[in-house]
Design a protein around this ligand. Sequence first.
Ligand SMILES: NC(=O)c1ccc[n+]([C@@H]2O[C@H](COP(=O)([O-])OP(=O)(O)OC[C@H]3O[C@@H](n4cnc5c(N)ncnc54)[C@H](OP(=O)(O)O)[C@@H]3O)[C@@H](O)[C@H]2O)c1
Length: 261
Amino acid sequence: MKLENKTIVITGASSGIGRALAFQLAQAGNQLVLVARRLALLQDLHATLAPHPAGHWLEVCDVADRQQVEACCARILARNLPVRVLILNAGTGGGFDARRMDLSVMHQQMDVNFWGVVYMLHGLLPCLLNAGEGQVAVTGSLAAYRGMPGSAIYSASKAAVSRLVESLRIDLYHSGVHFSLVSPGFVKTAMTDKNQYRMPFLMSAEKAAAIIIRGMEKNKTEIHFPYRLSLLSKASQFLPDRLYARLMHPRNRKSRTDEKS
Ligand SMILES: NC(=O)c1ccc[n+]([C@@H]2O[C@H](COP(=O)([O-])OP(=O)(O)OC[C@H]3O[C@@H](n4cnc5c(N)ncnc54)[C@H](OP(=O)(O)O)[C@@H]3O)[C@@H](O)[C@H]2O)c1
C-alpha cells in the first residue's frame, strides 16, 4: 500500500518518532489524525505540516484511559473520515527498580504501551475491517525479544504488543487488513535523551520514520532496525537463559567495559 492520499491516525504524534512520521506522511499528501495528550505540541507540529485539502485533525487523548480513547474514536468516526491506516506508536519507558516493584510505574507502562494499543484497535479496527482494506502498524521494540536490564515492565509491555499483533494477523489474515510490528532499536527522542548509558547504533527519529514508512509500504510483517542491533537482538534469543542473564547484568557489563579501557 503506497502511503499517499490516505487518512492515517497516528498516536504519540506530539514528539519523537510519531512527530517525524507525521511530517513525512503529510509531505506525501496524506490526511492525518494526530493523537497525543499535549495539545500545544500537536498545534506546533500542525503548523509545520504540508496542508491537506480536507485538513489534518488534532485529537487530545490519553491512550491509557479507555473512556478518553472511546470518545476520541467516536469523534474520528463521526467525521466520516475514510481511515485506512493506523500507526499506534504512543509509548512510554523509563527505568524500573526490580527491588522496589513500584506498581504505579508498572501500570503506567503497561497501560500506555499495551492497553493504549488495545483500546485504539477496539475503537478503530472495525472501520478498516468494514472497508475490507487497511494497514495497522504497532510500535513494539527490540527490547521485546528478551528481558532487558532495568526494563522488566517495558520489555514485557512490548513483548505483549508483539504477540498481540502476531495473533491478530492470523485471525484477520483474509480481512484485507495488514499488520506490521515496528521494532526500533535506539532512536534519538525525548524518551532516550534521559538514558545515562551508551546506546549503540542510535539513529535519528527522521531516519527511523523513513524506514517505518518504507516498511509499511512493502507490507512488512516486522519493521526492525537498525539492522545490526536487530540481528544481535534476534540472535540473543538463542543464548541460554543463565548465560544471557550473566552477560546482561550491569555489574558484569561494567567490569567488561573497565577491562577494555
Ligand atoms: N526512542 C527509542 O529508542 C525507541 C526504541 C524502541 C521503541 N520505541 C517506541 O517508539 C514509540 C515512540 O517513542 P519515542 O521514542 O518517539 O518517544 P517520545 O518522543 O517520548 O514520544 C512518545 C509519544 O507518545 C505519546 N504518549 C505517551 N504517553 C501517552 C499517553 N498516555 N497517551 C497518549 N499519548 C502518549 C507522547 O505524547 P504526549 O506526551 O503528548 O501524550 C509522545 O508523542 C514508543 O512506543 C516507544 O516505546 C522507541
